[in-house]
Design a binder for this molecule. Structure first.
Ligand code: PMP
Length: 391
């Protein structure tokens, strides 16, 4: 039976009010949250099925349609970070035995390949060198050869700083009976994306990058073609939590609404506010602001004698910038200096770029001149300390 026991105070948890340092999060994410978004999170909780909360979910869906540039009714927030959107898309859009063609130009393709394999798909990986984008010619040859059920591409490869062009890819997929799935976690809101016009069948993102909300919600969109795949599955989705026939019902996709899992009430307040900010600024103005910050950053970096990792200018991602670490410079020491002296986070590389680059994020609320100047000041003094004089 249950024996008498006494509380062991040596296991006592934290006490006192939480305090955290103020930092400029200028790495690949999370970026700093817009204070208006953080304020929205302090509003009172509502029940996850209360009509005023369902109305907020409707507003989120309207905001997502604008953000994704789609007329599709099938938008929602996956509960979790960007990986939740990734896993939801992969789990629902692939059936065991399906062939998936995965564009790999950094770690995100590798992860999707791993995930797709776990859900029983046959994975064909199409690689390109880190720092380059996949060409339409290579994609066309691979789609025609392998006839995949789905093609996956990462629009903003945050591990390499590459922006993958999607021109012609939607059309290619339609011609060959494949679905097109796009990872826009590091790019959505920062660079153009037109889900309908570009014939993207499914796309997911994250809340903590260009939306400037905390991490914890993954915007997701499916069009009718993608939904036909979900509806026509011959096997149940192997994840209960991410099954779109169930989660979609909570979001009102099928005409009624029923409880599946508790909506992430405060998190979704944050996304509602983030989407309002996007709509108020306008997508085009937002894209132009990111582009201006990106140009300002590179003007300054080039003056310091630094070089871009991505050779082709058209392939450079405005939201996550990869900077070559010059020979003889200790990248980690520079990151530490930036943090210690400027409270600025600048990151090192990831996956194929580990040890080779710094990564500077210019996303959402942080994509503004003062933040860029701060990053440049940190680089200027950090490089000078190491005796690097450029070129
Ligand atoms: N895809 C891309 C392109 C990303 O940049 C990230 C986050 N760095 C993810 C997916 C995964 O998102 P999360 O860490 O929020 O799960």
């Amino acid at each position: 039976g249950e024996s008498a026991a006494s509380v062991d105070d040596t296991f006592r948890g934290p006490t006192g009010t939480l305090e955290v340092p103020q930092r400029f999060l200028m790495g690949p994410g999370p970026g700093n949250a817009n204070p208006r978004i953080l304020a929205a999170q302090t509003l009172p909780l509502l029940g996850h099925m209360h009509p005023p909360f369902l109305a907020i979910m409707d507003e989120i869906q309207a905001g997502l349609r604008y953000l994704f540039q789609t007329s599709s009714n099938y938008t929602l927030l996956a509960s979790g970070t960007g990986h939740a959107g990734m896993e939801m898309a992969v789990a629902n859009l692939l059936e065991p035995g399906d062939t998936v063609l995965v564009g790999v130009n950094g770690i995100w393709g590798e992860r999707v390949a791993d995930m797709a394999e776990r859900f029983g798909a046959k994975v064909v990986a199409l690689h390109t060198e880190a720092g380059t984008a996949l060409s339409l010619a290579d994609l066309t040859a691979a789609v025609e050869l392998h006839r995949p059920a789905l093609l996956f591409l990462t629009q903003g490869e945050s591990s390499t700083g590459v922006r993958q062009s999607l021109a012609g890819v939607g059309e290619l997929c339609r011609r060959n009976g494949a679905l097109l799935l796009v990872d826009a976690v590091a790019s959505l809101g920062g660079v153009p994306l037109f889900a309908d016009a570009w014939q993207i069948d499914a796309v997911y993102s994250g809340s903590q990058k260009c939306l400037s909300a905390p991490p914890g919600a993954a915007p997701l969109m499916l069009n009718e073609r993608a939904m036909a795949k979900v509806r026509g599955r011959s096997s149940k989705v192997r994840s209960y939590y991410f099954d779109l026939l169930l989660v979609g019902d909570y979001w009102g996709w099928y005409g009624s609404r029923s409880y599946h899992h508790t909506g992430m009430v405060s998190m979704w307040y944050a996304v509602r506010e983030a989407l309002a900010i996007v709509s108020e600024e306008g997508l085009e103005a937002g894209w132009a602001r990111h582009d201006a910050a990106h140009r300002q950053l590179w003007e300054g970096l080039i003056q310091l004698g630094l070089e871009p990792f991505v050779a082709e200018e058209r392939d450079r991602l405005a939201t996550v910038n990869t900077i070559k670490v010059p020979a003889g410079v200790d990248w980690a020491a520079l990151c530490k200096h930036a943090m210690d002296v400027y409270a600025v986070e600048v990151s090192g590389g990831l996956g194929p770029t580990a040890g080779k680059v710094w990564r500077v994020g210019l996303m959402g609320y942080n994509a503004k001149p003062a933040n860029v100047e701060l990053v440049l000041a940190a680089f200027r003094s950090g490089l000078a300390l190491q005796g690097f004089t450029g070129g």
